[in-house]
Design a protein around this ligand. Structure first.
Ligand code: THU
Ligand code: ZN
Length: 193
């Protein structure tokens, strides 16, 4: 019998904190208050710049607002003639840079690239190997999570404590997971040593 986890990923009440996210506080998915309108995107960009130096340590990260806004914005570049389902991903590096990706579909469906794959490829080819947080968003604001393949791809470069925000839209905060919640006990480099 495989081990059975006793902590089920049930949602909790919305968290009241909007100023920052304490990484260590997330032991399972939860929601945080969140509201993005197109009017405040410009302000976000300014704040994002200011936030570049806000990483006092790994346990005190800026509000995820800008990361989710970036995952929403890149959806306009998605190539989705088959599913018409736009996905955006924004991956934050340990030094506060953000790399984005969107889904790029192919007439040979299995050749399609997922948003998270494109984002992590962009980050890694630019020399980044340490990541803190990921936001994923679809144009339906349906809380889409990274698929199984993307979870495995992320696990190649990210630790189990990577925070994953899944965009539920304006009325609800994002659902928050860790990569370890989404993909426990997976194969890794250590497995092959
Ligand atoms: N998709 C992603 O981009 N990321 C995921 O992990 C879930 C699925 C895309 C692939 C396809 O273009 C569309 O969503 C429908 O599956
Ligand atoms: Zn995927």
């Amino acid at each position: 019998m495989p081990p059975v986890s006793t902590t089920s990923p049930a949602r909790t009440d919305p968290c009241q904190r909007t100023d920052h996210i304490a990484v260590g506080a997330f032991l399972g998915p939860l929601t945080v208050p969140f509201d993005v309108t197109s009017d405040d995107r410009e302000d976000d960009a300014d704040r994002n710049h200011d936030n570049d130096h806000d990483h006092d340590n790994d346990h005190d990260l800026p509000d995820p607002h800008n990361l989710i806004a970036a995952a929403r914005d890149i959806q306009s570049a998605a190539h989705v003639p088959y599913s018409e389902y736009r996905v955006g991903a924004a991956l934050e590096t340990a030094d506060g840079e953000v790399f984005v990706g969107c889904n790029l579909e192919n007439a040979n469906f299995s050749n399609s690239l997922h948003a998270e794959e494109v984002a992590i490829a962009e980050a890694v080819k630019n020399g980044h190997r340490e990541f803190t947080r990921l936001a994923v968003s679809s144009d339906r604001r349906d809380g889409v999570t990274p698929c199984g393949m993307c979870r495995q791809t992320l696990s190649e470069f990210c630790e189990d404590d990577l925070i994953v925000f899944c965009d539920e839209g304006e009325d609800e905060g994002p659902t928050v997971y860790t990569l370890g919640d989404l993909l426990p006990n997976t194969i890794s480099e250590e497995t092959l040593e």
